[in-house]
Design a binder for this molecule. Structure first.
Ligand code: AMP
Length: 323
């Protein structure tokens, strides 16, 4: 598998890397790190990373505009399905490689490197570089470190395994990573976002069976001068609340004319429920898109039922997990 991927990379003069819409640090880190590594290994190749960017993640590197993608190799990272790939037409490419850690949804590539037990797409890129003649340097190591840290929520999610920690430890040692300096661009945030987090904490509603939810309209976002991506940046901070088993934010996204749904769980598997709402993702970290805010009540009802069934299946929760 690793040598097949390496050989395809070696074969093509022009390579395009793409990842999912609604870019996040792991998607950005895995893409930019692999781009940098290919460029370092094969300086004469044309290597491009495409998709719409976010100012917030610009420290990972600049995205490219490519007018002609024909006869090139496409590498799709961190994306399980065609509909969520950002910025490319699959038909334009001669060959496609997929590198992903989401549960399998559909075949996209001629070669598919999928491992849904891996913490992140960045962990998979790290493994690929380690197993082939692709070159690593401190800059690439730093990006991969941030991708892994971000998708594991600083190694708190159960997608961090012994393997993840061993790989990360070696990365820090081998490339002398200064982790405090690396964290700064990842975790620095505007005070308005902190204030919005306060608002969310104050206004969370809770269902009978432990679903905490909030509906954030354009008016609320405007009041705090944040955009529709901001609530998603803070959702992981609402973990480990006694009464909450599943938590979900509904955010009005005027630019895309839809409602962003971001959900997390510390018990029930939620991605199957969210896939009914134009969504998907991981078992315990999942998202969806709705057309109207009114649809959110049905999502809440479904998630509440899921929590109820989970409680019954688990035979009741202990006091600290009551939901
Ligand atoms: P988020 O809450 O946006 O951080 O997303 C959590 C996970 O769900 C990530 O793996 C996303 O790629 C995935 N995800 C978010 N929105 C969608 C969607 N509309 N369809 C499928 N997967 C999604």
């Amino acid at each position: 598998m690793f040598s097949d991927i390496y050989n395809l990379i070696k074969e093509f003069d022009k390579i395009v890397l793409a990842r999912h819409v609604g870019v996040d640090p792991d998607a950005m880190a895995s893409t930019m790190a692999l781009k940098d590594s290919i460029k370092l290994t094969f300086p004469d190749k044309e290597v491009y990373a495409v998709g719409s960017g976010s100012l917030r993640f610009s420290y990972f590197g600049k995205l490219d505009r490519v007018d002609d993608m024909h006869a090139s190799l496409l590498i799709v990272l961190d994306t399980p399905d065609k509909r969520r790939i950002d910025g490319v037409n699959l038909e334009d490419f001669s060959k496609i490689i997929k590198i992903d850690h989401h549960p399998f949804v559909e075949k996209i590539g001629d070669i598919e490197y999928i491992d849904d037990t891996a913490s992140s797409a960045s962990e998979l890129v790290l493994k690929l570089i380690n197993e082939t003649d692709l070159i690593m340097d401190k800059n690439i190591a730093g990006k991969l470190y941030l991708g892994i840290v971000s998708d594991t929520n600083r190694f708190m999610f159960n997608n961090s395994t012994g393997r993840t920690l061993r790989m990360v430890a070696k990365l820090i040692e081998d490339y002398d990573l200064e982790i405090d300096k690396l964290y700064e661009p990842l975790y620095l945030r505007p005070i308005n976002e902190v204030k919005l987090e306060g608002y969310v904490g104050l206004h969370l509603s809770l269902t009978e069976n432990g679903v905490a939810y909030i509906k954030l309209t354009k008016e609320i976002l405007d009041e705090y001068q944040v955009d529709a991506a901001s609530p998603g940046n803070m959702i992981n901070n609402f973990n480990y609340i006694n009464e909450v088993m599943v938590w979900v934010f509904f955010t009005e996204d005027v630019k895309n004319n839809n409602i962003r749904v971001s959900a997390r769980s510390r018990g029930p598997v939620i991605n199957t429920t969210l896939s009914k709402y134009n969504g998907g993702g991981h078992k315990y970290a999942s998202g969806a898109r709705l057309q109207k805010m009114e649809e959110s009540d049905q999502v809440i009802e479904d998630l509440d039922l899921l929590c109820k069934e989970y409680k019954e299946l688990e035979g009741g929760l202990n006091d600290s997990q009551e939901c």
